[in-house]
Design a protein around this ligand. Structure first.
Ligand code: PMP
Length: 402
């Protein structure tokens, strides 16, 4: 993902290539997003179905806990690895949900899942190492890998297998690679990896001695199937680093709080990294996160409920038409729609939809080559607006076929 203000590396000859090359350059399909934002700034009504952010804000009870902690004095430097009690809480949650005995020494609190993704790759990849990731992918993945000096290499999946990666495709890319990054439930596809996929992934990791970095930030948003954390698969606990976050599960995107869970010795090294980079996460945010986790699945289900409803709306709206084909929406807050029957690319479709209907969606091409000819719809506006936008989107697609 390229921030519009960032220029090509040529303009910054005396900066490090590590930083000037983070985005890889070129068009990355985020033009529609920034164009929609500009239209909104110019006062135009736009239905934004672009990025993964809830249409609700952080729960008032979590904010009360945050306020109480701050007023109670937890505003100084906090423990760099995370407070003992939050790390214990996260560890207990992981133990309960995965069956893998996990203690606070397996957990580092980070400023969001993004910092955990950076830390995880930093822990396992040397400069120049190849780090695999699955295409389609969350927008920051290749840049995160470049940011630590490793070389990102995509493993391309296919819409024909609902974008589930195969062990064979990963095995082909694996020789010489150091790590594999996966994400289930998946952004952008909304797919939940099944047991067979995860077993194949585990086999390849063992055979080729790969670290597995498992991004599970959508683990509370499951609409179909079961979330399996690959850290719990036989032989995987010592080669898996799990990325977790409160952003999606608790609508705490702006609080910047997440974690990394893995073998104790990796976590001790990562505490050194935190000491020399972030110096931890604010104490009052950690206390609020602990409060939120202590609320258990009740609160998580409440926060996930709107997406569950809109997923049903999506299924209903798409039934009885045959221009758009939906990849099964099994989890997370997105629907990936196959619009190849319109003859348009995802990017052309998204731009035309924005111009004609003031509806902003992400072109599949923003997430790699595998999702070309698709668009990603974030189910992140209220139900009525969502249903209306989807209807217009379907009619727009049908018009392209006339
Ligand atoms: N992984 C995935 C797949 C995501 O979609 C996101 C945010 N959209 C993140 C990680 C990072 O989330 P955060 O840093 O807010 O925890």
């Amino acid at each position: 993902m390229t921030y519009p203000g960032a220029q090509s590396s040529d303009a910054f000859m005396n900066l490090s290539t590590r930083i000037t090359n983070i985005t890889g350059g070129g068009s990355d399909g985020w033009g529609v997003f920034y164009r929609a934002r500009q239209m909104v700034a110019d006062g135009m009504p736009v239905t934004e179905l672009t990025i993964g952010e809830h249409d609700i804000r952080t729960h008032p009870d979590i904010l009360d806990a945050m306020h109480k902690a701050a007023r109670g004095g937890h505003t100084g430097y906090a423990m760099v690895p995370g407070t003992d009690s939050l790390r214990n809480t996260i560890a207990a949650r992981i133990t309960e949900r995965t069956g893998v005995p996990t203690s606070k020494d397996n957990v580092l609190v980070t400023p969001g899942g993004q910092a955990a993704l950076f830390a995880a790759h930093n822990a396992v990849c040397n400069q120049g190492d190849t780090a695999l990731y699955i295409d389609p992918y969350y927008a920051t993945y290749p840049g995160t890998i470049r940011a630590i000096g490793a070389v990102p290499q995509p493993v391309v999946t296919s819409p024909d297998t609902a974008f589930q990666p195969t062990g064979a495709a990963i095995a082909e890319a694996a020789p010489g690679a150091k790590s594999l990054l996966i994400n289930t439930p998946n952004n952008p596809t909304g797919v939940v990896y099944n047991e067979q996929t995860l077993n194949e992934i585990a086999d390849v990791c063992e055979t080729h001695d790969l670290w597995l970095i498992s991004d599970e930030v959508y683990d509370t948003q499951i609409w179909e199937g079961t979330h399996i954390s690959p850290r719990a698969l036989p032989g995987m606990t010592n080669r898996t680093l799990v990325v977790g976050s409160m952003s999606k599960s608790h609508a705490m995107t702006g609080s910047r709080i997440g974690w990394i869970c893995g073998p104790q010795d990796v976590i001790s090294h990562l505490i050194n990294l935190s000491t020399h980079t972030t110096y931890g996460v604010p104490g009052f945010i950690q206390d609020a996160a602990e409060f939120a986790l202590d609320e258990g699945t009740g609160l998580e289900d409440e926060i996930a409920a709107p997406f569950r409803r809109r997923r049903e709306l999506t299924v209903k709206a798409l039934a009885g038409q045959n221009v758009i084909r939906a990849v099964p929406v099994q989890g997370a807050m997105y629907a990936m729609l196959d619009i190849r029957a319109t003859g348009l690319s995802g990017e052309a479709f998204a731009n035309a939809l924005l111009d004609r209907e003031n509806i902003a969606v992400m072109p599949g091409e923003s997430f790699g080559q595998a999702a070309a000819g698709h668009i990603r719809v974030a189910m992140t506006v209220d139900d009525d607006s969502y249903a209306q936008a989807l209807q217009k989107l379907i009619e727009f697609a049908q018009d392209q076929c006339k």
